[in-house]
Design a protein around this ligand. Structure first.
Ligand code: AMP
Ligand code: ZN
Length: 482
């Protein structure tokens, strides 16, 4: 399998450190608000990556943090802690906010069929590890104390800018317009490992440390949670592209300074979901969430389908029209799968695997999900028994997670219940067949044909006595349980 590695700036063959086992880390959400569908684009694509690695035969060990402390409004270590801002907005405690939005995040994930990583660790539960790593960085001369905070000294590194060769000035943080520079920093890109002095004295969560009562910086959280759960050698680290600098750059700096060796081989960055007027964000424009999609009548999986149609390394523009087009294509795909007959077999496993060749080729080529979706149409068109096609689609969907077979089966069921031309259909609204009620309805239909309306009404009353409301619909009758 070939994946684009941001650290090498090219596609490389993906080979994990330990044969057959992949250690994967993902930057988790900052739980001060709902996730917007841009955040969720990143988590959908990371989910597909994890599932495809499993599909390809790897055992995947995956960890993710939940940022519930230390993420300031500006990536340059200034501004307010986002959690505190959320708590103030909603007149709740920081821990209440963290719990509420962590649950909301996983509820959104489950609606989008995003699997929960094996290990999920809130940043507030890893304080000892931060203290251990920061202490070691101080001992090794990679960190310094100034003005009460502990900073990482980026000048100690031979190469700090791992992901780009941009001019330092272009990337310097903490010196952007309107953001106050931190005078304690020896170099512009030095970053905080541990805060004790903050402009915001009311920081809710604080812990004792060798440097005074305070709280960790955001970057150290991910390094430590990754090392604690996955060890000293990481195979792949994921996140949205905005995290490449400074967050991931700083993670590499401190992890490798602490470990004394290379830490992570592959860096997987998902490009942004943008609105027509730029990057989607929680503070700007319409706040697009999974709940909003549902309110507007969209199946959350139609959004997943929309994301999968594009490559993760291309920026994707969200408009309602684009989502409509994806929803239509998704429903058409389901209808075509529903038209396959599961009884037309045999469902030969080797034949199903053979049908997956173009799906695999697409995914092996830097997770090209757009082509992988196209490969589903090739499977539908292939010369093979329907049961084989269904098996192949089911296997592909163990990665794409679009509920294709489940939805196709429901569609088939609906098709079977829909009245056929010239036929009289008895539709049970809840899908539960009741032979006695069916008999009554067929007798009623015969009575109506014979223009014996009194008998027809009597039979309707009998059905009512069985607990049904009877409604005439085109081509038949619908029974709803009262
Ligand atoms: P946050 O909750 O802000 O820490 O972000 C969670 C994840 O969403 C991170 O991996 C971000 O890089 C990613 N992200 C933020 N904005 C977008 C966007 N517009 N499109 C895709 N991913 C995003
Ligand atoms: Zn992170």
């Amino acid at each position: 399998m070939y994946l684009y590695n941001s650290a090498a700036r090219k596609k490389q063959e993906f080979i994990p450190n330990t044969p057959g086992v992949v250690k994967m880390y993902t930057c988790g959400p900052t739980v001060y608000h709902f996730a917007h569908i841009g955040n969720l684009r990143s988590y959908i694509m990371e989910d597909v990556l994890e599932k495809y690695l499993r599909f390809a035969g790897y055992e995947v060990r995956r960890a993710m943090n939940i940022t519930d402390v230390g993420h300031l409004s500006s990536d340059g270590d200034t501004g307010e802690d986002k959690m505190l801002k959320g708590a103030r907005r909603e007149h709740k405690t920081v821990m209440e906010i963290a719990k509420f939005y962590t649950d909301a995040f996983f509820a959104d994930c489950s609606q989008l069929n995003i699997r929960r990583p094996d290990k999920v660790q809130p940043a507030t539960s890893c304080i000892d590890k931060y203290i251990e790593v920061i202490s070691r960085l101080l001992e090794k001369g990679y960190a310094y104390e100034a003005g009460g905070n502990v900073y990482f000294d980026t000048s100690q590194l031979k190469r700090y800018y791992v992901f780009n060769d941009f001019r330092k000035d272009d990337l310097a943080v903490g010196v952007r317009e309107g953001v106050e520079a931190d005078d304690n920093k020896r170099h512009k890109n030095d970053f905080v490992l541990w805060f004790t002095k903050s402009k915001f004295e009311d920081q809710a969560l604080k812990w004792d440390s060798p440097w005074g009562v305070g709280y960790p910086g955001w970057h150290i959280e991910c390094s430590c949670i990754s090392m604690q759960n996955l060890g000293e050698y990481l195979d792949i680290h994921c996140g949205g592209v905005d995290n490449a600098f400074p967050h991931h750059t700083n993670e590499i700096a401190q992890s490798e300074a602490y470990l004394g060796h290379k830490w992570c081989n592959f860096w997987f960055h998902v490009q942004h979901l943008n609105t027509a007027d730029g990057k989607m964000s929680k503070s700007k424009g319409e706040f697009l969430t999974v709940s909003l999609l549902k309110e507007r009548g969209y199946d959350p999986l139609a959004y997943r389908f929309f994301c999968l149609q594009s490559h993760y390394r291309k920026a994707l523009v969200f408009t309602w029209e684009n989502l409509d087009n994806a929803a239509v294509a998704y429903n058409k795909l389901i209808a075509r799968i529903a038209a396959l007959d599961p009884e037309k077999g045999p469902a030969d496993e080797d034949a199903a695997q053979a049908l997956l060749a173009s799906f695999r080729a697409a995914m092996d080529n830097d997770l090209n999900t757009g082509n992988a979706v196209t490969a589903l149409y090739d499977i539908l068109k292939a010369e093979a028994p329907d049961a084989v096609k269904l098996r192949a689609i089911d296997l592909a969907d163990s990665v794409l997670s679009l509920d294709l077979l489940k939805k196709a089966a429901a569609q088939r069921e609906r098709n079977a219940r829909a009245p056929k031309a010239g036929q009289f259909a008895v539709i049970f609204e809840d899908g539960v067949e009741d032979q006695a009620a069916r008999d009554l309805m067929e007798q009623r239909q015969a009575a109506k044909k014979a223009r014996n309306f009194a008998e027809a009404d009597r039979l309707r009353d009998e059905a009512a006595a069985l607990g049904y409301t009877v409604m005439d619909v085109p081509g038949g009758v619908k029974l709803t349980r009262k």
